[in-house]
Design a protein around this ligand. Sequence first.
Ligand code: LLP
Length: 462
Amino acid sequence: MLTAASTDNTGRQYLPQSPDVLSPNQALMPLSSTVNGQDHLVVGGCDVIELVKQYGSPLYILDEQTLRTTCRQYRDSFQKYYGGESLVIYASKAWSCMAICAIVDSEGLGFDVVSGGELYTTLKAGVSPQKIYFHGNNKSREELNFALDEGVTIIVDNFFELELLKGLTGDRQTTAKIILRLTPGIECHTHEYIRTGHLDSKFGFDPNQIEAAFELVSQAEFLNCIGLHAHIGSQIFEQQPHKDLGDVLAGWYKKAADYGLNPEILNLGGGLGIRYTESDDPPSIEAWSQNVAQSLEAACRSHGIPLPKLIVEPGRSLVGSACVTAYTVGSRKVVPEIRTYVSVDGGMSDNPRPITYQSLYRAVIANRLSAPCEETITVAGKHCESGDVVIKDAQLPMPQPGDILVVLATGAYNYSMASNYNRIGRPAAVLVNDGEAQLIIRRETLEDLVRQDCLPERLRQG
Ligand code: LLP
């Protein structure tokens, strides 16, 4: 196994590390990463340079071993540390595609979906509707009808949606399973765009609305409230916020009984962070799960309630560390005394996180893995926007045109937030395992890029 090191005393890009890392979300590289005799990075038994030759670049490379290990660590940790029933569901917004859904499903996890599109993808992958939970603060009537047709559980976010669902289920005369999303008023230290549990949030019922929501649900003939939910934010390294959350939710769980409701599920959301660079220090999956499980048990004891079924819904930490993105290095521009830009053949359209959240990433030159880091350069994307920088001030062996630059930990919120900005096609994704690579997302072609365009007859030339 390899671990990226920004500088070691040999100046190489990598230090071989003992295989007891542990929790995939703490590893910079996919767990199966090694180096071969040609000094190339190998993931899932596949030489990354050969993968780029075969599939082109940019290329998302997803390591099945890492993804499955993560699923198992989550599942097994909750079984180990929680006295009641538990279910881990994958927040598929992190990366929704059929192959990932199929793998996660085969590991026994459920799914959180937030749109008709994610619901459709998950169902197409063969997931049972019983294991799907539908989120969103503004689901459309069509999306709700789709969910009701399939019988998935709906996580209701606000009064507007409650009324809408009351009407739709009344028309159908069929009962829908719902979970109420609450805003717990808990702060956590993460980027403000990805914080959701504080009071100034567009999501969920505020503490002063919750009892009115309980009242409304208790009066609705066809709404069966099976649980309560809260999610406080993403890329969180602290443990305290989830401890506090267990207590807040256990309190509301107890209160629900006053309204004749018997929720059996408490869903504590996702949020565990991953290591993008050496300076990130997230708790392990096992430690996080232990904290969530044991603090919820303690909260239930102190509120005098039985243990509910516990659901958590991680996204980033399930898929983030399992993928790397390979780019081909192109042009170089030296701005004397200021910086050197080295451009790659992708950027903000395949990974909008740096420009959106100023996220930091770590890269390696995959065709010269033991070359010493001798340059500080800025890795720029190819889009027509100055802010399109993949990594500022990266320590790398002097990148040459044609080198394959691999950015680490790109599994979460990269493909899922990718765009066609500048009419650049979205990259392909391959799944690697045991020396075999299989395409899971095909590269968009020029033809794909104009597929949805309509050219009215009167505008046609000639
Ligand atoms: N549950 C709910 C209700 C959520 O809103 C989210 C993430 C999750 C679970 C999963 O959280 P995770 O385990 O991934 O932290 N695009 C941003 C992240 C947005 C997160 C949105 N909600 C980024 O690239 O950092």
